[in-house]
Design a protein around this ligand. Sequence first.
Ligand code: NAD
Length: 475
Amino acid sequence: MGYEADLKLFINGSWRAGEERDHFTVIDPTTGSGIAELPLATEADLDEALDTAKRTYPEWRATDVEKRSAILHKAAKLLKERADDIGRTLTQEQGKPLAEAKGEVLGAASLFDWYAEEIKRDYGRVLVRPPGQLSRVMHEPVGPVATFTPWNFPIYLLAKKVAAALGAGCSVISKPPEETPGSTVAIARALDEAGLPKGVFQLVHGVPDMVSRHLIASPIIRKVSFTGSIPVGKHLMKLCADSMTRVTMELGGHAPVLIFDDCDLDKTLDMVVPQKFRNAGQVCVSPTRFYVQESIYEAFITGFAERTRGVKIGSGLESDTKMGPLANKRRPDAIAALVEDARAKGARVMEGGEPGDSGYFYKPTLLADVPLEADIMNNEPFGPVAVTRPFKTQDEAIEQANRLPYGLAAFAFTENGRRANLLGDAIEAGMVGINTFAISVADAPFGGVKESGFGSEGGKEGLESYQVVKAIHQS
Ligand code: NAD
């Protein structure tokens, strides 16, 4: 079956394509061939989107919470009904196996459902005052929002921002990733068909730097939410500083995984290997730096290598594929450079360590004894590579976990409850998973510390990130 997404911009409640607009060729990463043309927003499109976001905001903000909730639930229902088709589109343009793609669509739907309920529980507070006086603290929507999201989880990461922002009462202009646009168009269709008033949500694919500069320079935009790389995040924050626009920054990480000799080794390996190669490692919380207690180090890397050999790579459309290609040409090139550097500095290549035969594949790779000075120990690989090193003591493991300027996710495996509690406190990260990788869930905050960014998505904190507080005093 061919690629069927109808790629258009969605501005002021109408679908736009053609005319004088430039186009971007969407590539199938399994073959490296073009599969569709995406129209790119012009400056006139962006100006119209800004005017529309300003015009539609007051009415949407004043819309009854029950009605907002019903629209979000209806959009979730439509996404669930269409999960097979949207998932196929996602696999064709991004590469991940169909089951992962469908799971991502259902995850996006669950965010709309969750915020549809959470907005009903958004309370202010009344302060203690003498009789006849009143002081209250209110949450208000921040205003029109601009979102910028990446290609690794195109529908889930967009839903995370949009469900919370619309739920809070904001109008939203989204610039999704041009490389993987199809599933994001599906969100716009679902919201439109769910009855969202025209122009409250708009989709403006375009040249990233042009779109972000144009939207952020406008005083209409009161909040920017970005998910992507640290350098781009820093650049956007600088643009936002000029207009004092609020920001949420979900940036990269380099997740450490501490494996203690009191873990259940087989169970741990059965969890960590599929998790490492999920979405070909292109996950901001992908487990990457494996620090393994020395008494079980050889057993761990032997077991890891065995399981890695069982990860079948191929087209995501084939049912037995466990890992698809990387999403774009930049990734296998970057991974090859990191692996070569590590090899040259003394790392042992236990598995993989080379590109696939076609498309943008890179083989699932395990590196052992990786020296700290190897680039891959310091820069996020964002690909299917696990790096391992032995450690002796718990203190040494914690020091290694906290060594880098990133702090998004961290993981540890131990059956010792006292140690688990201590690790949860001692590791510098926004999310710590102990004996689990289930850290990206609708009801909990998700976000980084240090250079991994700030602000949270998910949970009530995700709703608050699209709100401002106001204190009102009466006497
Ligand atoms: P990149 O830095 O060029 O782009 C990252 C994302 O930001 C892309 O979606 C891109 O479209 C967008 N972007 C780039 N310039 C922009 C601008 N001026 N304004 C608005 N958006 C802009 O990197 P890349 O090659 O696409 O990805 C490589 C690195 O990005 C990875 O190694 C990883 O560290 C990071 N990344 C992180 C996430 C995440 O989930 N946190 C997702 C994708 C990529």
